[in-house]
Design a protein around this ligand. Structure first.
Ligand SMILES: NC(=O)c1ccc[n+]([C@@H]2O[C@H](COP(=O)([O-])OP(=O)(O)OC[C@H]3O[C@@H](n4cnc5c(N)ncnc54)[C@H](OP(=O)(O)O)[C@@H]3O)[C@@H](O)[C@H]2O)c1
Length: 319
């Protein structure tokens, strides 16, 4: 499943299903047989021309996969292609890092070539479909909660846009780690489902909260930013990983300095964090929230659900 061309207004117009040559692994790379892949908003951004240049097209879409390596081992594929040494020990800080499907073909295919260091053992407790959810949405949520938030378990964390892939990951990981997780959603049905996942309280988008929170997890952007800023206690922090609804809300600088807020950007995580996340899921019996599993040939239906915002959790594609 490739992005054949960019169409900002109608991203699905660029989706092309077809045959591609087998990947040729470079030195130090291996080919993984994909058993399951997961959809991310990143794939929609690619079809809109964000983060990819037209001369790289067609490119196989997909950041996330779980599959089998040439030795027959069940593996999860780390999506960040980067050099930890160039990023001070963190490949996400390598100025030349990319994600699968940006410079190199991605995971919406029968096989994908990746650097050998990007393979992490799949815990036996997770199915291929569940494991395929971890490399982007769950790894991003893991870093947001356990590295970038700066707060310990017991703190109150507000998750905006409860139905999204990252948002549902934040709810289940945060709950399992002992944070008090509050969530907002525009949809009553999604609020109910978020509560069912373990969110302690759920609120309509933009609702006044009973008390201010320690940290807000932001992936919605423009539509929820003002509420995020207003919902924080003095000295609180917004951890932002995405801006689905737009990336240029009023910055609310007066409130930021007067109440001494901080804003922390967060992107993906390291290969070692992906390994710890997989173990955390196994140890804490966390299972990724899957909206639906579709054959790769029907990926278009999954993209459509992501575009109209009706999904709850991850859409998983199987070859
Ligand atoms: N930095 C990183 O490493 C990283 C990693 C993963 C994702 N991201 C970014 O994070 C964002 C979320 O990704 P995802 O894959 O979780 O996406 P998703 O599944 O498409 O999440 C979208 C959610 O955002 C909320 N939303 C969307 N438009 C909205 C609007 N206009 N008003 C209010 N809420 C709105 C909806 O929540 P409700 O319907 O429940 O209100 C929806 O369920 C994307 O922009 C993605 O690019 C970044």
């Amino acid at each position: 499943m490739t992005a054949g061309r960019v169409d900002v207004a109608d991203p699905l117009a660029g989706l092309v299903l077809g045959e591609r040559p087998d990947p040729l692994p470079a030195d130090g790379w291996v080919t993984v047989t994909v058993r399951a892949a997961a959809l991310n908003h990143h794939d929609v951004w690619t079809l809109r021309g964000v983060g990819v240049s037209a001369d790289r097209l067609p490119v196989v879409l997909g950041c996330d996969a779980a599959g089998v390596d040439p030795g027959g081992n069940e593996v999860i594929v780390h999506a960040v292609i980067g050099d930890p040494d160039a990023g001070g020990g963190d490949e996400t800080l390598d100025p030349r890092r990319s994600l699968l499907s940006e410079r190199y073909d991605g995971t919406f295919a029968g096989r994908v070539a990746v650097p050998a260091r990007n393979l992490v053992a799949k815990p036996a407790a997770l199915s291929f479909e569940e494991a395929a959810c971890l490399p982007t949405a769950y790894l991003t949520a893991y870093r947001m909660l356990f590295e970038r938030s700066g707060v310990q378990p017991g703190a109150t964390v507000l998750v905006q846009g409860a139905g999204g892939g990252v948002a549902t990951a934040l709810i289940v990981l945060g709950r399992a780690a002992g944070y008090r997780v509050w969530a907002t959603s525009r949809s009553r049905a999604k609020r109910d489902r978020a509560a069912g996942l373990g969110a302690d309280r759920v609120f309509e988008a933009g609702a006044r909260l009973p008390e201010r929170v320690d940290v807000v997890m932001e992936s919605v952007g423009q539509a929820t930013w003002a509420h995020s800023v207003r919902s924080l206690r003095p000295g609180g922090r917004i951890v932002v990983c995405g801006a689905t609804s737009g990336d240029a809300p009023p910055a609310e600088l007066t409130r930021v300095f007067f109440t001494q807020l901080s804003v922390a950007g967060s992107t993906m995580g390291t290969r070692d964090q992906l390994g710890r996340l997989a173990r955390f899921c196994e140890q804490a019996a966390v299972r990724p929230v899957i909206d639906r599993v579709l054959p790769l040939a029907r990926a278009r239906d999954g993209f459509a659900a992501m575009l109209d915002g009706t999904l709850f959790g991850k859409i998983v594609l199987v070859p």
